[in-house]
Design a binder for this molecule. Sequence first.
Ligand code: ATP
Ligand code: MG
Length: 277
Amino acid sequence: MAAPRVRRLTKKRAYANQKGGVGKTTWAMFVGAAAAHHFGARVLIREMDPQGNASTALEVEPGEYSMADALTPDRKTGEVVAGGLASAIRRTGPKWPKALYIVPADVTLQSVEADGSTGTPRERRLEIASQGALDGFDLVLTDCQPSVGLLTINALTDSDDVEILCKPESWSVQGAHEAHKTIRRVQRFHNPDLRFAGVWVNQFLMAGAVPRKESRARVAELEAAPHFTGKVHEPHVVDNEAIRKAAGAHCPLWEYGAEAEEADNLFRGIAERALND
Ligand SMILES: Nc1ncnc2c1ncn2[C@@H]1O[C@H](COP(=O)(O)OP(=O)(O)OP(=O)(O)O)[C@@H](O)[C@H]1O
Ligand SMILES: [Mg+2]
């Protein structure tokens, strides 16, 4: 393990794309786990997706409160409790690093979208609930749902920066453009300090050592868009069976054996960049 890093400030990064199945949760869990395991960081994952995939894969320890409770306004005041997220922070399961925590979500988080209470501004519920609750964390990763609804707006309103995940496929690229529009809107109306930190191309397809034509074409298309030019990260992450299998087995990459060594090194590098970016 590398020497522990010391960070004075908490870095808050969100992963977004309104298209589903592009790697948002994979990044949140494996980047978070790598930052804790390989770099000694204290990491919190805020799950803003009612699908609850991160909570399931990280085998969250049982507890009373979840993201839905933290974001639901008090009936009398119509306001969310400032710092209330602290009560919903839980440990991850025994296979995962001790320094990796999660605010879990489940299907009840859907009700937050519909709650029309007028106290706390709807877009700022996560920000208010998180006030003071993130102290002591080096890295806070927010896993967005595949939509640009209220939960995603909340995630971006309370983030320092955001990365888009994108598969080299037409609909995913379209989703990346839509996500970028949402980022612009949040910068304009809710969080002028939000930084767009780039796009990760995930599940790039190869035919042996040669990139598949479709993957190459879609990456070129992404890079040609003025808002993405110079913002598409390298390396492009190829489709890697060990990533799928380790996630399915709820297992950290470094625990998964030789098969996952390449993927573990990859996420170690991405985590290092997330901590230093
Ligand atoms: N590079 C990769 N190689 C192989 N499988 C991958 C890779 N990245 C992600 N996967 C797998 O693809 C599936 C979708 O990934 P993931 O759940 O992270 O996407 P998502 O964007 O969070 O989806 P959703 O929008 O539904 O929340 C998962 O089964 C995951 O294990
Ligand atoms: Mg997900």
